[in-house]
Ligand binder design. Sequence first.
Ligand code: SAJ
Length: 447
Amino acid sequence: MSIHKSLSEKIVNREIVCGVVGLGYVGLPLAVEMGREGIRVIGFEKSSRVADLVNGGESHIKDVAATHVAKLREAGLLEATTDMSRLSECDVVSICVPTPLGKTKDPDMSYVVSVTEAVADSLRPGQIIVLESTTYPGTTRDLMLPKLEERGLVVGEDFFLCFSPERVDPGNAKWHTKNTPKVLGGVTEKCTDLGVEVYKLFIDNVVRVSSPEAAELTKLLENTFRMINIGLANEMAMICDRLGVDVWEVIDAASTKPFGFMKFTPGPGLGGHCIPLDPHYLAWKMRTLAYKTRMIELAGEINTEMPAFWVTKMQDALNQAGKALKGAKILVLGVAYKKDIDDLRESPALEILHHLSQKGAIVKYHDSFCPEIVDDGHTPSGAAGKSVELTDDVIRDSDAVMVVTDHSNIDYGHVAELAQVLIDTRNAAGGKRTRAVGERMTALSVA
Ligand code: SAJ
């Protein structure tokens, strides 16, 4: 019987052993979904702390309940190891490691390369390898495949290679690993067949595409679409500010169109571990082909400009109140990259805190989700510090308040009543009046 056929049988009978490399916010939920379908899973981690945690039946990922990990441990369906040579025990290997960008926005493929080399070291006939990490088109075929074929095994016959982008949205109550449609494309037809057969065991809807490049580009289109439209919303905010029009009123009115429009909102800039990064994989790849992805570059410029734009708004508003930014006591509300989470990655709040302190303001922040901003060596100067308690006095004593992240646990109408000046980058207070300035404030500036 051919390798393909015998693998297919093992898949149908759920006799396969699945390996998941990287037990982070993508890998651990994936491993748990596999285990819950009765598939034996080996998690591979470079951190012995994480491996020990999982083997102790615990979870370091908010979206994964420790009880689920403990249950799979008791059933003998999940174990974690740092021993990469055990990859040879796995019929399927899903790779969920980081693909960060360097300072010059070039992809850092070091994690993918080192894992690929470990997989190649233990590669044997009958293995299905699936890369899930967001990356530039061509990574699977041009970077991984040559390393995997080095020892003479042939893709599509001896082993099988696919790309299937992760679509994990941490904290999303509705969409999680099992019920979010999963795109998958293999290097050959048989690779795609087997990859789809495996993932159908634990994902409700697997969307088959014809190649790994199609799958790689699918993810980049999804997030580039968001980044560019957020850039458009931010440019519209700057246009409306110059025209003295309330951009939020315009966006809300446009959102009444029942077709052909999708609401995006302006804000303090672009944060997170996906949207600011993913489009730059595409831009980088196309630069190597002498093609300039103009939309991505331009949207990136606009989004990057937003922290400075808001600091200028703050300066103008204080000026109207007869105060200088230098020496002013500023309270920033919310520093996480988006509401109701504790993630500071690429948060524009860090740039805003930096700019304000650079201009001599005396800056405090309050964010109950982020009690401390620790200087990790990459933190902009002036951003590190501890969250202060939010009291009426702290608001009143501040010369100005800036809402940067609109966490749901704050009454912004009350803040607007007490604040001498309010710069509301999220329109969290709905444009409410401010007492001292006395003018109706658009969300962007003092009218
Ligand atoms: N933002 C705006 N205006 C908007 C939307 C977002 O300024 O209209 C800002 C946010 O404040 C944040 C950044 O953009 O700083 C990114 O926000 P996001 O809502 O895109 O959230 P992320 O970064 O958590 O994106 C993830 C992505 N998930 C994956 O890549 C698997 C993205 O594809 C999802 O669409 C997004 O979650 C989501 O919808 O929650």
